[in-house]
Design a protein around this ligand. Sequence first.
Ligand code: CA
Length: 456
Amino acid sequence: MSKFLNSRRKFLMTAGATALGAVALKGCSSAPSSPTASPAAGGTSPAAAPVAGGAALETDTIRLGYIPIFESAPLVIAQEKGFFAKHGLTNAQVIKQSAWGAARDNVEIGSAGGGIDGGQWQMPMPHLISEGVITKGNVKIPMYVLMQTSTQGNGIAIANKRADGTALTGKNIGLNLSGAKDFILSLKAAGNPFTAAYTFPAANQELWIRYWLAAGGIDPDNDIKLIAVPPAQTVANMKVGTMDGFSTGDPWPFRILADEIGFMAALTAEIWPDHPEEYLAIRADWVDKHPNATKAVLKAVMEAQQWCDDPANRPEMAKLLSGRQFFNVSAEILTPPLEGKYNMGDGKPAINDRAKGPLFWKDAKGSVSYPYKSHDTWFLTENVRWGMLPDTTDIKAIVDKVNREDIWREAAKELGIPEADIPKETTRGVETFFDGKTFDANDPNAYLKSLAIKKV
Ligand code: CA
């Protein structure tokens, strides 16, 4: 335990300031990012070589932003294990972003302005940037979603107790909230509602919390307080009890339990097994100008994803990601979630199942890497559900414009990915959530109609 406590301060000051995203204040400025690592440091890269099936690249350079959580691992590994260089991108740079809002600001200015060409995103940030919903002055900056970086590896954390000393433990706050509903509603009745937090609005973190609460019969807009919290303050707020719960990605659940700050109500792998999580998306102008280099990026990251999913590579992966220029936390903290080991706390049995941890290339439903249009459709439908987008939004038109699964297919074929590992359809089929609700991307309205709690 002491090594965790010793590294705690550093963790809070560095990864803590970035790992959980940012409050998206429109117009909030951020310093231009700078590269934090040299390509293929450590001499672990295979020699650069021409790429089979790939035409000459238009550039050897791309600047990709990332947030230091497992969702970015394939980008960091593509650099550190030399996959970018192998595919001709000898000047690819992965650049740590201080927060989601900073990533958004940096992609707005692009690499020409000292920013980034693209990188890792929560969903549906690329669509919201493309439509000018979350950009300065509502300027539309078209982006393409090109691949999913990972699935699962996120959860809902709850504080052990509130500021007034009320324990949140022992109240049945778990995946199914039916046993905790009366308690949570009683907090509102007493004038001090349950407070849940996210760090970037209208994307994964907020959407997981809202889905989980609403499935338990709790209206996130009326029965509790839902707030945006600057990422650097999330764990501090949880510790002093001014924030009762928040949605968080690995390795945070492990830390929250290890430091006895709180417990896990649920893993996202329990809410929606093999759910879509975060994605690689790049500015459309960059992709249109560099079609071969784009495919080289995808091929490099696909190879990195396969490398990440090999259990034999996970110890090296934890070691590489732990580096000061990357996640800046000890490999011991990164290892348990990579092995699917989660202490849930509050009397819940621990989880020890690699299939419930972060996965990068394949999961029980097939390809993790391929960007299903049906998943983009769910994220946008959920934005409509909660009034973040108008109900007149033409979801299909936005998805067809932003999602470039066709480029993924071309890159996969050039890389020699077996036919069996290339999805035949752009929809993964009917999705089923833990509460029995189903989502069919061919009929989002049927899903919206089936939900009891919604704004639309
Ligand atoms: Ca996440």
